[in-house]
Structures are given as structure tokens and as C-alpha cells.
Design a protein around this ligand. Structure first.
Ligand code: NAI
Length: 483
């Protein structure tokens, strides 16, 4: 497979290069080797992309929604047809195992394109009768949207943002994470192939500075970021200057609560999905696993047994189910947290060590006897580190689960139906799970409360964040004025 793309950027329907912006090396996390070199956008490239989006948006919004939807649905079909190649590329970009990328990335992107393609024609206004007069509402696009992505799901993030944006008649300029710049280019190619007019979806590469320059441009109407809380703060503030709409999908330190009466095997499976999928690099991960005292020993025993099923190795090998971290830096950060866990007195149950060699591998790590004050229970690690905390009562579990500035996700495992719903109602989090964890189907809203974000992606809720309502009052009689 040719990993080096034709050029760094995709603007106005074509690949564009400008080497003056400086190199962005693409490092394959499994080997530590550079597999492609791209270039950061210069101000001229950013200008070209925004100009193309601004022009194309007018044409695109003039199409009927059925026509727009058809393009998105065709793009979904193309993505599914190319799932293998796209998954291999996603694995080069991120280091996530092919076993995951072949079922969770291009496929999830295709789901978003299909879902919002199907929804496009149902995005309508309403009629409000006022005696003889009436008001009608128009649901209009926002204009030019900027999407900024994190490294962990480059295809999915591009599609989760592009699909609702385009369905509503917006155009988009998307900046992938500098760590994983390859996959969004394929999304752009596919949309053009599916019939999207040139300029409706553009990709520009770059580090934070390129992202920052996009947000403040007067041509931009909306910014949707997937990233960390510190970046979210900066992006939200910069967008506020121009009163721009925002969607913020940020980090988390989500709780997963396991009661004594939970199905042990399912709770262990949930904890594995909540901590080790994508080598722990998932924003909604349930990294604070609260386990009720009566089930704690059995839980830890079964978890340790199940972790023996990890197969670490070349992520392109379909039998491998645990890949490297995305970068050396991220692995160093995770190692630092593991050291803090040991230093602050948590019990290291399993893992904890980096794997020697060129790739950025680190073991799946479980700490028990973690307390709320420990650093590993408070800060987002974004790596394969599970913290198991003990608890006794439901009230205690809920209070401690909510005692965080984050509010992205939360989960509960219990056989007690009413308790499950009580917990879901009590969680201060945007995305909750009962007896499962980390599923993110396009039909369901996804996003966080508190410091974890603003707005929702996916589901009908996303339409609210990529369109605006205009009310039109229509008088049927004379106008009454006081003088
Ligand atoms: N809630 C969600 O849906 C998700 C959230 N995340 C969060 O993302 C973080 C990890 O991803 P990273 O790529 O390290 O995040 P990051 O915040 O470092 O970077 C995210 C993106 O923002 C860009 N950026 C950085 N500074 C900027 C600025 N001043 N203006 C505009 N753009 C700027 C980066 O180039 C990158 O494309 C984690 O905290 C994770 O929890 C990741 C995936 C999903």
C-alpha cells in the first residue's frame, strides 16, 4: 500500500501541496519509523481552503436535501467497499490493531454518512398558526464549519463532523491531528467521488497554530473540536470572539460502577472495553472502576485471567488485539502516571511496563486499592491504565463517581433494574451505559457535560448544532401602528 498521499492537503476537489509550511512526519507507532511526510498549511493554503468552502457552500446549500443526502449515502457505500484499505491506513496512522480498525473506523464513518444522508431530507422547519397570521421557520445551514480532530479516531472524527455538517448544507474545512493526518484525506477523496461539489469538504494539515488560524477567520461560522480540555478552553474562547457556534468533544475521567449483584463476566468485559480498547486512547473510557466490596476479589481475579488473552504485536496482523500507543510522547506520559500510581500507594495488579523495541508499546495496566485523591484517579491518562476503587453503598458510589470536573461518560453494572436507572439519572455525564460500556452508535447522541464538552455529536441532536432556525412572521391583514 502507498502510504504517502499524493499531497498534504485536499482543497476545492483536488490535492494541493506547499512545502513551505514545514514537515509533518507520519510515524508508524508499531515501528517508530517515518512512513510518510506531509506539510503544515501555510497561510496561503488556509486562505485557499476557506475561500473554496465559502464559495462551495452557497452551491451546496442550493441543492435539495435529498440530493445532498444521496451524495452522503453514496460516500458511505464507497467507504464500506474500501473498508480493508481504509482500515490498513487507519492502522498506519494510529497504530490501533486492524482487528479494531476493520470494524470501528471506516465502518463508523460510513454509518455517520449513511445516517445523516438519510436524515437530510427530513430536516425541515415548522408552521405556527397565529390566528390568520402565521410564522414559519426555516432550518438553515450555518455556513462554513471548521472541524479539528484528535489523533485516536481520524476517519471517524472526520465523518462524525462532516456528515451532519454537509447534510445541513454547510461546507467544512477539516484539520486532522498532526499525529494522524492521513485518513481524512481519503474521506475528502471519497466525498468528491460520491458527487460532492469541489470545496464542500476540504482538509488542511497542521499543528495547533493552523487550527488557531482557522477559528478566528471571519469566513468561519462554526468550530467543532475533538481534543483535550486545555485545547477546548482555548478554542472555545477564540470562537467566542466572533460569536461562532461550537461543538466541543473533550476529555474525561469517567466512572464505571460495578455492584455486587452484577453479572461478573459482563462487568469484566465492560471494564476491558472501557479501558483497553484502542490501547486506552478513548475519550469516554471508564477509567475509574468502582467495584463494590463483595465482588472485588472475584472481579480482580477474573479480570487478570481475561487479560491473559491480550495479544500484543504487529497491529496489521488480524490476530493482534492490542497495539502500541500513538506516540513515544504519549507512552512517556502514561509511564509517568503509572509511576505516580505506585508512588502514591496504589496496588499494581498487573502490567505497568513498557515493552522494549522500536514501537511505542506498553502493557495493559490495572491498579487496585486506588483512592479518590490519587493522581491516577483524578487526571485523564489516555492510555491503558485502569484504576479500581472500592465502595460500599450506592449513594457513596454515585457521589464519588460525580466528584470530578469531567462529565463525558459513566456506566453501571447491576442486576437491579431500578437501581440501574437511578444511577443513570444521577450520573453527571452526557453519555451513560447500563450493563455495557463504550458503544457509540450513530443513532445515539454522544458528548459530554461539565468540562467534557458542549453540544452533541451523532443522532438527531447533531442537527441542532449544524443548523440554525430562522422565524418568518407572515401578516395576512393590515398593519396596526399607534400613530
Ligand atoms: N470527547 C470526545 O469525543 C473525544 C475527546 N478526545 C480527547 O482528545 C484528547 C487527545 O487528543 P489530542 O489530539 O492530544 O488533543 P489536543 O487537544 O492536543 O489536540 C486536538 C486537536 O486540536 C488542535 N489544536 C491544538 N491547539 C490548538 C489551538 N490553540 N487552536 C486550534 N486547534 C488546536 C491539534 O492540532 C489537534 O488537531 C484527549 O483529552 C481526549 O480525551 C479524544 C477523542 C474523542
Amino acid at each position: 500500500m502507498n502510504i504517502q498521499p499524493t499531497a498534504s492537503h485536499f482543497i476545492d476537489g483536488a490535492y494541493v501541496e506547499d512545502t513551505a509550511g514545514g514537515d509533518i512526519p507520519v510515524i508508524y507507532p508499531a515501528t517508530g519509523k517515518v512512513v510518510a511526510t506531509l506539510h503544515a498549511a501555510t497561510p496561503a493554503i488556509v486562505d485557499k481552503a476557506l475561500a473554496a468552502a465559502k464559495r462551495a457552500q452557497k452551491e451546496w446549500a442550493g441543492w435539495t436535501a435529498t440530493e445532498r443526502g444521496r451524495v452522503l449515502r453514496r460516500a458511505a457505500d464507497i467507504m464500506r467497499d474500501r473498508n480493508h484499505d481504509l482500515s490498513v491506513l487507519e492502522t498506519y496512522d494510529t497504530g490501533k490493531p486492524y482487528q479494531e480498525t476493520s470494524v470501528a473506523d471506516a465502518t463508523s464513518g460510513a454509518d455517520a454518512l449513511e445516517y445523516f444522508g438519510g436524515l437530510a431530507a427530513s430536516i425541515t422547519g415548522e408552521h405556527i398558526q397565529m390566528g390568520d397570521d402565521f410564522v414559519y421557520t426555516r432550518r438553515e445551514p450555518l455556513g462554513v464549519c471548521v472541524g479539528i480532530g484528535a489523533w485516536n479516531y481520524p476517519t471517524q472524527i472526520a465523518c462524525w463532523k462532516a456528515a451532519p455538517a454537509l447534510a445541513c448544507g454547510n461546507a467544512m474545512v477539516f484539520k486532522p491531528s498532526e499525529m494522524t493526518p492521513l485518513c481524512a484525506l481519503k474521506v475528502a477523496e471519497i466525498l468528491v467521488e460520491a458527487g460532492a461539489p469541489a470545496g464542500v469538504f476540504n482538509v488542511v494539515q497542521g499543528y495547533g497554530a493552523v487550527g488557531a488560524s482557522l477559528i478566528t477567520d471571519p469566513r468561519v461560522d462554526k468550530v467543532s473540536l475533538t481534543g483535550s480540555v486545555p485545547t477546548g478552553r482555548k478554542v472555545y474562547a477564540a470562537a467566542a470572539e466572533g460569536m461562532r457556534h461550537v461543538t466541543m468533544e473533550l476529555g474525561g475521567k469517567s466512572p464505571m460502577v460495578v455492584f455486587d449483584d452484577a453479572d461478573l463476566e459482563n462487568a469484566v468485559s465492560g471494564a476491558i472495553l472501557a479501558n483497553f480498547y484502542s490501547t486506552g486512547q478513548v475519550c469516554s473510557n471508564g477509567t475509574r472502576v468502582f467495584v463494590q466490596k463483595g465482588i472485588k476479589d472475584a472481579f480482580l481475579k477474573r479480570l487478570t485471567e481475561r487479560l491473559a488473552g491480550i495479544k500484543m504485536g504487529d497491529p496489521q496482523d488480524p490476530d493482534v488485539n492490542f497495539g502500541p500507543m500513538v506516540s513515544e510522547r504519549q507512552r512517556d506520559i502514561v509511564e509517568g502516571y503509572i509511576a505516580k500510581g505506585v508512588e502514591e500507594g496504589a496496588t499494581l495488579v498487573t502490567g505497568g511496563k513498557r515493552v522494549d523495541g522500536d514501537g511505542f508499546y506498553i502493557e495493559a495496566t490495572v491498579f487496585a486499592d486506588v483512592t479518590d485523591e490519587m493522581t491516577i484517579a483524578k487526571e485523564e491518562i489516555f492510555g491503558p491504565v485502569m484504576a479500581v476503587l472500592d465502595f460500599e453503598t450506592e449513594e457513596e458510589a454515585l457521589t464519588r463517581a460525580n466528584a470530578t470536573e469531567f462529565g463525558l461518560a459513566a456506566g453501571v453494572f447491576t442486576a437491579d433494574l431500578t437501581r440501574a436507572h437511578r444511577m443513570a439519572a444521577g450520573f453527571e455525564a452526557g453519555t451513560c451505559y447500563i450493563n455495557t460500556y463504550n458503544l457509540a452508535p450513530v443513532e445515539a447522541p454522544f458528548g459530554g457535560s461539565k468540562m467534557s464538552g458542549v453540544g452533541r455529536e451523532n443522532s438527531k441532536a447533531a442537527i441542532e448544532h449544524y443548523s440554525q432556525i430562522k422565524g418568518v412572521y407572515v401578516a395576512m391583514g393590515d398593519v396596526e401602528a399607534p400613530f
